[in-house]
Design a protein around this ligand. Sequence first.
Ligand code: OGA
Ligand code: MN
Length: 287
Amino acid sequence: MNVITRERLQIRPLTRHIGAEIRGVDLKQRPDDETIARIYQSWLDHLVLVFPDQDLSQEDLLRVTGYFGEPGHLDRPAKYHPPGFSRVLPGIMLISNIRENGEPIGALPDGEMMFHHDMIHKEVPSKATLLYSVEIPSSGGNTLFASGYAAYEMLDPAIRSKAEGRQALHHYNYGSTQRGDDRGVAAFNECMHPVFRTHEETGRKAVYVNRLMTVKIDGMDARESDTVLNAIFDHAEKPEFVYEHVWRKGDLLLWDNRCSSHARTDFPAQERRLMLRTTVRGTTRPV
Ligand code: OGA
Ligand code: MN
């Protein structure tokens, strides 16, 4: 049995720097320990894993989340349950634009999102996020993933040396889609982390600032900080460092928030999008 599972696991890189598709594993069943270890290692190698054609219950999703660390709990458990679900289990967040009584049943409901690292505004941000698609629009709503490693390694040395060793301030401001005057005003939480983060498992350095949530490089005047940050964002979001995922129903995605950022493309507001989301808790403060 173990041998069969091991032989069937197929790992196919999706781009040069980020993303791999994993086939030959049905996550409805617990893979053997060696297969889980191989999946974990390929996640460290590829930053984002795509498991197509999965048919997962909420229990399955929570179990799979546990292969990657300690599942995160939620500040605000789901208030509504979507069609076809009698309830939403604790630990699962809905990402959805479906509305009940005019109110979205899930978080991050509408349209485009700029690049970000999940929970970077916290002292110990999430290690990983898993997203499982239940309903997808006919077009758009793609999720883009950028390798922070590749961006760091290929960053202009003049920009890199300005930011090396410094900390940046981040805040939670998902409501705003534009860099504008309300940054810093609409923040729910703020936190400082190194501009370049060393991944605690791989030892590799990654760009650890993003356009959505990073406000300022500490100890720099505002104009210089803006110039340096914008140069890093423009570089880090280049298509050569990005994998764009076009969703199909039943896709499970897993990403590493320590070394990658992600964004979402716009999609038709009148079409439904429903994802189940879990997180894995971080184990250390970023260094
Ligand atoms: C998230 C997120 C992107 C998407 O759940 O953290 O950024 O495609 N989702 O919905
Ligand atoms: Mn996110």
